[in-house]
Design a protein around this ligand. Structure first.
Ligand code: HEM
Ligand SMILES: O=C1CCNc2c1cnc1ccccc21
Length: 289
């Protein structure tokens, strides 16, 4: 059923900015993680995966219930590697245990994008922890081997259009793939912790070659040591997606604007917020110096 947000009346933007700052300072502090990529990318991934279980056809899943905290969900093979993000957030939750897990996972994803010099992501609290028996079944996250019709159909489950789909996958400007997590290996070439339109620039400009990786899975590799998943490459193989890829490769501001809107929609999928609940826009650490 529809999830109605219940904002905590005793908490203000100041309280959530404190949580944001604790996450942001911990990202800066633990900078050596994943060969100095840091925790930013994996925090974006746990926010997306906690929201990515949503299904508009039966109004189940999504970030509201915070069910990523339960074994059944965090152990979904699609979530391999995300325990590290959950462990990163455990002390933050311990210090601010008035916050719900759904709000914490999504706020972490907002903090990570903004601290990576990405766009401002308006964010609303009010997700309410749900019991373990509400955890959605495994298998609701996308398959990296999908083609363009698979990708369009998958995100159709959220009600996303082509613009929202291409913009969201632009988050693959961050971080890398890890053979032990997903069976794909992301050479260090382009792995980054700075949010930009690089993913689209790489996708268009590199000389991609489809080859089998060490796990026997096909992926696209470039001479410069970059990689693309088949589902990434699919964005070049559909005329409407390709038009958007070119637009974003040529206009980072357009990408930032479209990404911010689509990311908010993703993190709020399946949740009804009170009409008068205005989103919070957090300051980055640099803006609070
Ligand atoms: C067709 C849709 C998508 C597919 C098939 C997909 C697949 C993957 C795979 C296989 C990985 C590598 C995981 C690992 O080996 O550690 C990955 C990483 C990542 N994904 Fe996606 N993804 C999709 C959409 C998204 C979206 C919508 C977002 C966020 C808005 C996102 C954000 C990330 C980030 C930040 C990483 C890097 C994580 C790290 O460095 O540890 N992805 N994705
Ligand atoms: O082109 C890039 C930049 C570095 N990170 C990724 C790229 C392409 N596909 C990806 C897919 C999953 C995670 C990271 C990436």
């Amino acid at each position: 059923g529809l999830n109605v947000a219940i904002p905590n009346k005793s908490k203000s933007i100041k309280d959530y900015q404190n949580v944001y700052n604790d996450i942001a300072e911990k990202i800066r502090e633990e900078d050596e993680f994943d060969n100095y990529i840091g925790y930013g990318p994996i925090l974006v991934r746990i926010a997306w995966h906690s929201s990515g279980t949503f299904d508009k056809n039966n109004m189940t899943g999504g970030s509201f219930g915070g069910t990523m905290r339960f074994k059944k969900e965090i152990n979904d093979p699609s979530n391999a590697g995300l325990k590290q993000a959950d462990e990163f957030l455990a002390p933050i939750y311990k210090k601010h245990s008035w916050i719900s897990h759904g709000d914490l996972y999504t706020l972490a994803g907002v903090t990570a994008v903004q601290e990576a010099q990405g766009p401002k992501i308006p964010w609303r609290p009010g997700r309410v922890d749900q019991p373990e028996n509400t955890t959605p079944e495994n298998g609701r996250l996308p398959d990296a081997t999908g083609d363009s019709s698979y990708v369009r159909n998958y995100f159709g489950r959220f009600g996303f259009n082509d613009t929202e789909i291409v913009a969201l996958i632009g988050a693959h400007c961050l971080g890398k793939t890890h053979l032990e997590n997903s069976g794909f290996e992301g050479p260090w070439g382009a792995a980054s912790n700075v949010f930009s339109n690089e993913f689209f620039v790489n996708l268009l400009n590199e000389n991609w070659k489809l080859q089998k990786n060490a796990a026997g899975n096909e992926q696209y590799d470039s001479p410069k040591g970059y990689m693309m998943l088949p589902a990434d490459f699919a964005l070049r193989q559909d005329n409407k997606f390709l038009k958007l890829v070119k637009a974003y490769a040529n206009d980072q501001d357009l990408f930032f604007n479209d990404f911010a809107k689509a990311y908010v929609k993703l993190l709020e999928s399946g949740i009804h917020f009170p009409a008068d609940q205005k989103p919070f826009i957090f300051k980055t650490l640099d803006e609070q110096e």
